[in-house]
Design a protein around this ligand. Sequence first.
Ligand SMILES: Nc1nc2c(c(=O)[nH]1)N[C@H]1C(S)=C(S)[C@@H](COP(=O)(O)O)O[C@H]1N2
Ligand SMILES: [Mo]
Length: 324
Amino acid sequence: MIIKKRPAWSLPHSQVTPESVFLNRRRFMTGALAATAALALPGYGAAGSLPVPGEMLKYKKMPDWSTDEGLTPYEDATSYNNFYEFGTDKGDPKRYASALKTAPWTVTVEGECSKGGEYALEDILKPHDYQERIYRLRCVEAWSMVVPWIGVPLADLLTQFEPTPRARYVYFETLFEPEQMRGQRSAFSTIDWPYREGLRMDEAMNELSFMAVGLYGKTLPNQNGGPMRLVVPWKYGFKSIKSIVKIRFQETRPKTTWELIAPSEYGFYANVNPEVDHPRWSQKRERRLPSGLFSVNWMDTQKFNGYGDQVAQLYRGMDLKRFF
Ligand SMILES: Nc1nc2c(c(=O)[nH]1)N[C@H]1C(S)=C(S)[C@@H](COP(=O)(O)O)O[C@H]1N2
Ligand SMILES: [Mo]
């Protein structure tokens, strides 16, 4: 089936109305959640504490894994979002994501691993200390941000489930809960929910792959994929799946959401690559946010989003024009 409908993200930037910027403190700690947080062990892991919305996290800065480019302001990073579960407008996620209930949060782990099961989120985070990594995020729509993420290396998170040698891919799924996610109720949606993503196992185990539970020192706002989302900085943003409830280890390559919608436009690999244009627009440059209509902050896009030293070897011998 050929999808003729233009996805909203193909709109030129000039047609996107910037959101007005307000810090959205819509949630308060409940007594029960505050008690859980207070039980957290010392050390930099807010180890074991639930990612309570708005909570400050403890973490270790990782300068070797961070860019020193200027941060995209918190207000922009949390009000200009893609999270189609809440609508296709950049302002929709911030507007509507407060309907998402992020605690308690259960993550189902299944497939080729010896420690599968249904886990409370805090239990799979507990063994790990949080780190801060300042990464570039490059959306396939050709805008980009610089975000200080807080979280744990994906490899550490996954290793605790003891994947078997048969696990060649890891698959992730976002929550499917139409009562909380108005975009999943929409009759106009082209997405077959839930949102799905995946990585080759060696990509997932690369030191850059990160599971974030916070940004700018605080727990992840819902619009950014709270309580837990993937961050794969050398790939287009759509690989960085939000609000994850399922992790599955597989022998075969999973089908992923944007590849399912338009396989000629969005591939499984989705490595940032200025040499391979999107069929409908160039990928040579990007607009670094904040970027206004009259002060567009254009810059050249870098291959692998500038992370080639760490990841280029994963793709040695592969034709990146074919495996886009
Ligand atoms: N579940 C889910 N995850 C998602 C998306 C989405 O629509 N649904 N959008 C993706 C896209 S296209 C991008 S660019 C990033 C944006 O992350 P941000 O809003 O935190 O900047 O989230 C990705 N993760
Ligand atoms: Mo994106």
